[in-house]
Write a protein that binds this ligand. Sequence first.
Ligand code: HEM
Length: 162
Amino acid sequence: MDSQSIHPDLEPIAFLLGRWEGAGVGGYPTIESFRFGQEIVFEHNGKPFLSYQSKTWLLDDEGAMVRPLATESGHWRSLPERQVEVLLSHPTGIVEIYVGEVVFHKIELQTDVVARTATAKEYTAGRRLYGLVNGNLMYAYDMAAVGRPLTSHLSAELKKVG
Ligand code: HEM
C-alpha cells in the first residue's frame, strides 16, 4: 500500500507513517488505573489521507499481555495551513471527528463532532496531543465521559517498528 509516492498534502503529517509499538498507562476517576500495550499503523495509498488502525491490550505487572482492550480505526486528512481532520470509529458504538493542527512534529486535536449508539457509554468530547519526541510517538488523551469534564484517560509512548 505504501509503494505509491506520498501525496504532497500529507507532508506535515508524513512523520506518522509506519508501524508503532509501545506501552502506556490509563485511568479515569471512575475506573482502576491500568497498563496497556499498543500497536498503531499509519498507511497511505498515494491519496491525501492516512489510514489509521490502533490495537491495545491489557498488560500485567510483569508486562505480559492479558487480554485485548480498545481498538479504533479511521482516517487522518491533512489540509492546507497545516490543519488536520481525523475521523475515528470505535467498536464501543462511538464515532468521532477531530479537528486540529500540526506544529512541527506536534499535533493537537479536539473533537468537533461525537455520535454514539443508544447502547454506548456516555462520551461527549475528546482531546488528543501527539508528538514525536526523540523519534518516538507520544500521545496524551483526555475525554469527557460518564458525566465528567475533559479528564486524562490515556498516555503512551510508541517506538517505530516498521
Ligand atoms: C488506547 C485506547 C484505550 C484503552 C486501552 C482504553 C481502556 C479502557 C479501560 C480498561 C476501561 C475500563 C474498563 C471498561 O470500561 O472497559 C475504559 C473505560 C472507558 N473508556 Fe477507554 N480506552 C481506550 C480508549 C478510549 C476511547 C478512544 C474512548 C472514547 C471514544 C474511551 C472511552 C471510555 C469510556 C467512556 C469508559 C467508561 C468509563 C466508566 O464507565 O466509568 N476509551 N477504557
